[in-house]
Design a protein around this ligand. Structure first.
Ligand SMILES: [Zn+2]
Ligand SMILES: [Zn+2]
Length: 190
């Protein structure tokens, strides 16, 4: 187990709670975003401000963390490849179990359980999961982005009236000519 750095921006010190169930502490802080936060097509720029709004609450088994994070997002529209700049607010809740109690021995077997390290807890995995869960798998620059023209690649959002001449199927070209000539309209039905 790697040991946590108490000065790391996403490491929280719970000592103030004194392990007294019911004691709690509100905490707001702005931290720089860690690298690779998000998904390939949409992510939080490394170092951009992450505004955390947290409540730490001591319970019997550990510390319950409830909170939200406001993050900036940068990515690319999956339909038109336009750059996306957005922001999101994600919420999370997690129980961090004390690492020196009897339940911790069971918890250690289970990767799903978050644990404190002494009085410290690492918020980063929780933040990562919350951000990834909140992001759309197919980010778009706007609702129902019309994407690119399949014929010429122009961004249809920029040119909503964009059309190409409907190519005339050569098999019908002759018939169209006949229909436009009233004198030969009888022949077109044969
Ligand atoms: Zn788009
Ligand atoms: Zn086109």
């Amino acid at each position: 187990m790697t040991s946590l750095d108490p000065r790391a921006p996403l490491v929280l010190d719970t000592r103030e709670l004194g392990r007294r169930p019911g004691s709690q502490r509100e905490l707001t802080r702005t931290v720089p975003a860690p690298a690779d936060l998000g998904i390939e097509v949409l992510s939080v720029p490394e170092g951009s401000p992450v505004e955390l709004d947290l409540r730490l609450e001591a319970v019997m088994e550990g510390v319950l963390v409830t909170g939200s994070a406001r993050v900036e997002l940068e990515g690319e529209c999956v339909r038109c490849l336009d750059a996306i700049e957005d922001e999101a607010e994600v919420t999370f809740q997690e129980l961090f179990v004390y690492d020196d109690t009897r339940s911790a021995a069971d918890a250690e077997e289970d990767d799903e359980v978050s644990m404190l390290e002494g009085d410290l807890l690492d918020l980063e995995p929780l933040l990562r999961d919350a951000v990834v869960l909140a992001l759309p798998f197919q980010p778009m620059c706007e609702d129902d982005c019309p994407g690119l023209c399949p014929e010429c690649g122009v961004r249809r959002k920029d040119e909503p009236d964009h059309t190409h001449e409907e190519p005339i199927d050569p098999r019908w070209a002759g018939l169209t000519a006949l229909q436009q000539d009233p004198s030969s309209s009888n022949n077109s039905n044969e």
